[in-house]
Structure formats: structure tokens, C-alpha cells
Design a protein around this ligand. Structure first.
Ligand SMILES: Cc1cc2nc3c(=O)[nH]c(=O)nc-3n(C[C@H](O)[C@H](O)[C@H](O)COP(=O)(O)OP(=O)(O)OC[C@H]3O[C@@H](n4cnc5c(N)ncnc54)[C@H](O)[C@@H]3O)c2cc1C
Ligand code: FES
Length: 251
């Protein structure tokens, strides 16, 4: 079941020059949310953006009926979201998409850039079950990193930077933590990164779940613009996904 609700911005924190963390609070009780689901967000104040934007649920605070979102500024819509101020109102359709299933005891999460967004709440869900996942996060450079203390509370954190300015130098696929034999792998980030990770673990017979970020318009299964080619035909990323077993995907 999806809900359409107004939320108030209670905090907007810059984590680096292009990445912002919003805390949104509802006056109503939050709907149940699964890690990996997303919101379709629209600003209420005069906006130059017609369509809602899909944004992953980064974290959930049931006690204060709040959701956290990470916003990477890339164009008009994300700039509007990043510029929201305390007490402004946004409207959400949520929770959208299928989300991650919690599987395995020894798990690896791999995030690239803003693809780390859904992995914090996923880490918390594993933690609630007494499991401490390993998380590998890739950034281009140290300057693009964000504070990782929250991830460190729930996971063993490893970092790769392409220029070697922090953690291991190179792509996430080159990091030595990839060599361990995990029960399950979950990844979200740029498509070429997810494809390499999926290919790497498929060859080892380790299940890998990818969270796709195909462009979306309606976000609720009506326009078909988010279609993803799979071995079972075209699927809607917004309703059948965004999380897929990597073996299903035709990249
Ligand atoms: C399920 C899902 C979850 C997402 N979660 C987050 C999140 O947690 N945080 C976040 O910041 N963004 C997230 N995104 C991406 C976000 O929705 C887009 O960046 C945003 O819609 C771009 O809108 P815009 O108006 O700023 O950019 P536009 O003006 O529409 O586009 C600006 C540039 O970004 C590119 N772009 C637009 N959408 C995407 C996309 N989905 N993937 C890659 N490139 C894109 C365009 O091709 C263009 O080059 C998610 C997308 C999906 C589908
Ligand atoms: S975005 Fe419209 S069907 Fe998925």
C-alpha cells in the first residue's frame, strides 16, 4: 500500500558541496518501510519541476515519524530538493518499489557515490537481526566522502577511492574485501559498477542483489518509462524493482 502525505523539512545538512541530507517529518504515523524502497518526492512551493523525483529512503526514525533522504545535486529537481529549508513542506508518495529481502548472515553491501543512500537503513535492518554486514563504499576522491560514523555503528566499513586519497586505491571491484566468500551481496550505485560487482559474484555462485536507478516518470507502474530488460522480459523498475536478483538483469 502506498501513501501520499505531506512532510515538513526539519533539517537540511550539507555532507559535502554536492550532497545533502534531509530529515522529513510527518505529523501522521509513518507507513511501514522496507530497506531499499524509495519515495516519489515533490516540492510544494512554486517549482519549475513538473514530475516527482525518485529518492531512496536513507534512514527511518519511527519514534519521530521521520525519514532521511540523501540528495546529490545533478539537475533542476535535485537542486530544488537540496535547497529546501527548515519548515518547508514536501509531498511524498511512499513507500515505492519492492526493497531488499534480508538474506544471509555474512553479507557484503557495496555502494558507489549516492548509491550508498539505501544501504544505511539496510545495515540497520541486518543489525536488528544481530548481523554486522561488511560495507564497501567507493568515492572518486576523499573530497567526495561523507561522514561515515552512522555506517560504522552498524557495519565494518571499507573505503576505496579512485585516486587513492583515502582507503584502498582503485575501483571497489579491486578492493581486497571482495575476495571473501559472503552469503549474499547487495549493491547500489552507478550501473557499470553494479554490473562488474554482479558479474564478479555470479562467477563465484554468490547471490547478488542490485538496486537499479533507471530514470522514472510516474514511479507507480503507469508510464513504463523505467522498463528494464530481464531474462523474463521487460519489467518496471519502479514496481517490480528497484531491487533485482542480478542474474535476472540483461545489462
Ligand atoms: C529508485 C531510485 C532511487 C534513487 N535514489 C536517489 C537518492 O537516494 N539520492 C539521489 O540524489 N538520487 C537518487 N536517485 C536519482 C534521482 O532520482 C535523479 O538524480 C534525479 O531524479 C535527477 O533529477 P534532476 O531534475 O536533478 O536532474 P535532471 O535534470 O532530470 O537530470 C540531470 C542529469 O542527471 C541525469 N540523471 C537523471 N536521473 C538519473 C538517474 N536516475 N540516474 C542517473 N542519472 C540520472 C540526467 O541524465 C542528466 O544528465 C534515484 C533514482 C531512482 C530511480
Ligand atoms: S516510472 Fe512509470 S512505470 Fe515506472
Amino acid at each position: 500500500m502506498k501513501y501520499c502525505s505531506d512532510f515538513t523539512i526539519v533539517e537540511n545538512k550539507a555532507l559535502n558541496p554536492t550532497l545533502f541530507r534531509l530529515k522529513l517529518q510527518s505529523k501522521d504515523k509513518l507507513a511501514p518501510v522496507k530497506a531499499g524502497q524509495f519515495v516519489e518526492i515533490q516540492t510544494i512551493q512554486p517549482s519549475s519541476v513538473l514530475l516527482r523525483r525518485p529518492i531512496s529512503i536513507h534512514d527511518v526514525d519511527e519514534e519521530s515519524n521521520s525519514l532521511y533522504l540523501l540528495i546529490q545535486k545533478v539537475g533542476k529537481g535535485s537542486n530544488e530538493l537540496a535547497n529546501l529549508e527548515k519548515n518547508q513542506t514536501v509531498n511524498l508518495i511512499y513507500p515505492c518499489g519492492n526493497g531488499f529481502d534480508i538474506k544471509g548472515n555474512d553479507v557484503l553491501l557495496v555502494g558507489g557515490g549516492v548509491g550508498i543512500a539505501p544501504l544505511l537503513y539496510l545495515s540497520k535492518c541486518f543489525h536488528k537481526q544481530g548481523i554486522k554486514p561488511t560495507i564497501l563504499i567507493g568515492f572518486r576522491t576523499k573530497e567526495q566522502m561523507i561522514p561515515l560514523d552512522e555506517f560504522e555503528s552498524f557495519c565494518n566499513v571499507y573505503i576505496s577511492t579512485q585516486d587513492g586519497s583515502f582507503g584502498q586505491k582503485g575501483l571497489v571491484t579491486e578492493n581486497t574485501v571482495m575476495n571473501h566468500v559472503y552469503d549474499t551481496v547487495y549493491t547500489c550505485g552507478p550501473s557499470p559498477m553494479m554490473q562488474s560487482i554482479a558479474c564478479f559474484f555470479e562467477q563465484k555462485g554468490i547471490p547478488c542483489f542490485v538496486s537499479l536507478e533507471n530514470k522514472m516518470a510516474c514511479g507507480i507502474g503507469a508510464c513504463l518509462c523505467c522498463a528494464q530488460n530481464t531474462h523474463e522480459g521487460y519489467k518496471c523498475t519502479c514496481t517490480d524493482g528497484p531491487v533485482f536478483d542480478s542474474k535476472e538483469i540483461i545489462w
